[in-house]
Ligand binder design. Structure first.
Ligand SMILES: Cc1ncc(COP(=O)(O)O)c(C=O)c1O
Length: 409
């Protein structure tokens, strides 16, 4: 299967049927990543097949570079775009939507990339997929591996939420927690692939990870009656989800299905803000460390930082930073007022909208991408609510409990 890639740094195109990662001309150069983001992210070139052009609604899989053969065993996507009635009333934005990508098979948007990488492994008759993860990508690839019969080797920081590691183990992955950061795990997993072979699925490193995520945008286009939203809020760590979502919108334009790109707003945690700072300071910023409750956004040196900044320019977008307190408040509000139980990294997108929404016209259609479920990180939720102690089995005690915990019986 031949795929054409373009290097996002030097513009070189590579057409190959081999698995490729970064542009050979731009990677490994002296000084690379010492003063800025990694160079040489490859982007898959989308050439609209004649028979798909202008077909409405669009088939998201028809936009991918290789066929998806196992969708029934690993049913990724088709997640709801909900119209959150109460949040609409509260905010005054009556065209507000929440994309519940937390409802993917492993509980996060990462499944969109894992689906494509699992098909890549099958197409190349490769049995092992290795990756580094803050938790969700690993659980997602492990889930795909279980569905496709692949061996998944997963390097994670030891401090990753336990449920994400348990989930990966339950799917049969070989989990390697390390005494280091996500950035350390990233490097180690690439060393592992070089030494032992197989495919590396590191987010942003394997260009299929950006490519797979674009289906989220094609779905939103379908769900909005064949229109793209005016503004989209996306939580950002490595910058891969945002790059994939923007690529999806750009490919809709290429296919002649849309005549505009949405304005895309990157939302980062204040304690992990490499891309937001780079955007504001107009220079590439690498952090010496990170600190945020949004563990999935915790990245010092974003794997797709350059690409994410380029998409912000192309969509006339912007970057917003939110504090941990704002993320927690947003997480509680999404649960209480929209029935969406998401993890802090996901809630960051809603916090971003609450902070930045003043810049958006009230009549605009606004989509907030909710990327991961809250069920995998209950310790974050425990900080937002208090669990009543069980009471004796009689109505008086039940009333007492209701009054003391909730203010009234
Ligand atoms: C739930 C969730 N949201 C957002 C992100 C950020 O995505 P990216 O690192 O591609 O910017 C991640 C990444 O792990 C995630 O798991």
């Amino acid at each position: 299967m031949t795929v054409t890639y373009t290097c996002s740094s030097c513009g070189r195109t590579i057409t190959t049927d081999e698995v490729v990662y970064r542009c050979p001309d731009c990677t490994g150069q002296a000084g690379e990543a010492a003063h800025g983001f990694q160079r040489g992210n490859l982007s898959v070139e989308y050439k609209p097949a004649r028979r798909f052009v202008r077909v409405k609604p669009a088939d998201p899989h028809a936009f991918l570079p290789i066929p998806i053969k196992n969708a029934a065993a690993y049913p990724v996507g088709n997640t709801p775009l909900i119209a959150p009635h109460r949040l609409r009333e509260k905010t005054g934005y009556h065209n507000l939507f929440l994309k519940l990508d937390s409802l993917n098979p492993s509980g996060s948007l990462k499944d969109r990339a894992s689906l494509l990488v699992a098909e890549q492994a099958r197409a190349h008759s490769v049995n092992t997929v290795t990756l580094a993860s803050t938790g969700n990508a690993g659980a997602s690839m492990a889930c795909a591996g279980a569905a496709y019969g692949l061996r998944v080797v997963l390097f994670v920081p030891g401090a990753a939420p336990r449920a994400k590691l348990l989930q990966s183990l339950m799917y049969g992955a070989r989990v390697v927690p390390i005494q280091g950061t996500y950035d350390d795990a990233f490097g180690l997993s690439i060393q592992y692939t070089s030494a032992f072979g197989g495919i590396n699925r590191n987010t942003g490193f394997n260009p299929f990870t950006v490519e797979g995520k674009k289906t989220v945008s094609i779905e939103m286009y379908n769900q909005l009656g064949c229109r793209v939203p005016d503004v989209v809020y996306i939580p950002v760590g490595d910058g891969v989800i945002i790059s994939g979502a923007c690529k999806g919108f750009a490919d809709l334009v290429k296919a002649g299905l849309s005549d505009k790109m949405p304005v895309v707003v990157a939302v980062q945690a204040e304690g992990s803000n490499a891309i937001a700072r780079s955007w504001k300071e107009k220079r590439e910023v690498i952090l010496s460390g990170t600190s945020t409750i949004a563990d999935s956004l915790s990245v010092s040196s974003p794997a797709c930082g350059g690409m994410a900044l380029e998409w912000l320019r192309r969509t006339r977008g912007r970057a917003v930073e939110v504090s941990d307190a704002e993320i927690s408040a947003a997480q509680a509000e999404l649960g209480r007022d929209a029935g969406a139980f998401v993890e802090p990294s996901s809630a960051a997108a809603w916090a971003g909208f609450l902070k930045d929404g003043g810049n958006v016209d009230k009549s605009a259609s606004v989509a907030v991408l909710l990327t991961g479920t809250g069920f995998k990180d209950t310790s974050a939720a425990e900080k937002l609510v208090s669990m009543p102690q069980p009471c004796p089995v009689d109505l008086d005690h039940a009333q007492e409990l209701l009054k003391s915990y909730y203010g009234s019986a």
